[in-house]
Design a protein around this ligand. Structure first.
Ligand code: ZN
Length: 391
């Protein structure tokens, strides 16, 4: 239905003297690269204004368009195809000349877009934008924009810290973060709110630092009454003081503090079978170990045909992180199936989102919240810390 006219596209191939730096890490103000769509066959891009396309690797200018309307981007013969034009490159940068909003499949984004042809011959789209602009949308994708300002400010600092740490350690990879729950939710411009912009502005450029470096900070929805040691989830170098678990009275009885789940005997048996040999009808279980925060470290099931021992993490992965919302649970077997009774939602490390909300409602300020969840960490300017140029 969309016929591409040559006037409309005005695509010009240009020579190498137009080469320019890609600027991924050249900018003084930090930028972030967010993988918004991964391993897809194609997408539609729109830019309502002049835009240019460059080869990400060499910086060479490939072409210009006066605008792009609902044009298909897909992998082509050995490269990419944009708006019906073949591009002989594995990664290209599309930048609006006047800073217009870009759209991917109608969803608006700021900054620029990088299209990658993956080794599997699929398309991955990365949104590259100013870190502060990213945070305005990312914050409202994670928590309610109507939360108390002090909780939003604390979360802004934690989100900035978390993604800055990714920017620092992932600089050799094609992107810093994904846009889903595996790192930080991000839905683009449409999530931006005045309230999250205010929280971003009030904490502009500020992160948590520890031992002179950006802290490997993170967050979760609700800790269920006790946050988790980071060392339970990943290797922590040096003194992990700010990332140690502690009792948290502030999230009690707030959203996601308590959960229940049921699974039928048949479905449960099928899930366990995915992990190894069938063990027959489940007859009993034993929680072999809980860690200091009360979360299950290992669990054993005894069936009519054998036994199976799983780590808590593996067990949660098998059942699904949205069904087994945390590892702080008890369970009961019955002829109908398995019922779980648990506390909290998420891995439990770092900032407890609902605890931060609870503290702010009780009158705590941003720094009270940050020092409760990250004791010993300092709130500092990102610029000048290792990996980030001074302002
Ligand atoms: Zn909590």
């Amino acid at each position: 239905m969309r016929k591409i006219s040559s006037v409309f596209l005005s695509f010009f191939l240009l020579t190498a003297h137009d080469a320019r730096p890609t600027g991924v890490f050249a900018a003084t103000a930090p930028t972030i690269r967010v993988a918004i769509l991964q391993d897809i066959p194609a997408a539609r891009v729109t830019v309502l204004g002049p835009c240019r396309l460059t080869d990400l690797r060499t910086g060479a200018l490939i072409g210009n368009w006066p605008n792009l309307k609902w044009q298909e981007v897909q992998v082509g013969n050995g490269g990419l195809r944009i708006g019906g034009t073949s591009v002989n490159a594995q990664a290209v940068l599309l930048e609006p000349v006047r800073g217009e909003i870009l759209r991917i499949n109608a969803r608006p984004y700021r900054g620029s877009l990088i299209f990658y042809r993956t080794s599997a011959g699929k398309l991955t789209i990365v949104n590259q934008l100013d870190l502060e602009e990213y945070l305005v949308g990312a914050l409202a994708s994670e928590v309610g924009f109507n939360w108390p300002l002090e909780a939003l400010k604390a979360h802004a600092v934690v989100s900035r810290t978390m993604v800055a740490h990714r920017i620092w350690i992932q600089r050799d990879r094609p992107f810093d973060v994904t846009a889903d729950v595996s790192t930080h939710l991000y839905h683009g411009v449409s999530s931006e709110r005045e309230e999250t912009r205010a929280a971003g502005k009030a904490t502009k450029g500020q992160v948590l630092a520890y031992a002179g470096e950006v802290l490997s900070a993170t967050f979760h929805a609700n800790c269920g009454g006790h946050t988790e040691d980071a060392s339970e989830l990943w290797e922590v170098k040096g003194d992990p003081t700010p990332l140690k678990g502690r009792p948290d009275p502030y999230c009690r009885d707030l959203k996601h503090f308590r959960w229940r789940a049921n699974i039928s005997t048949k479905a449960f048996g099928d899930l366990l079978q995915k992990e190894g040999q069938p063990i027959g009808e489940i007859q009993s279980y034993e929680i072999l170990e809980r860690n200091a925060s009360g979360r299950v470290r290992s669990i054993r099931f005894v069936g009519s045909q054998g036994t199976m021992t799983l780590t808590g993490r593996k067990f949660r992965e098998l059942l699904g992180a949205n069904r087994l919302k945390s590892l702080n649970f008890t369970l009961a077997l019955s002829p109908r199936g398995v019922s779980f009774d648990g506390f909290g939602w998420g891995h439990g490390v770092g900032l407890c989102q609902w605890g931060a909300y609870g503290m702010a409602v009780q009158g705590s300020q941003m720094d009270d919240i940050l020092s409760f969840y990250f004791p010993g960490a300092e709130r500092r300017k990102l610029q000048g810390l290792p990996g980030f140029t001074a302002a």
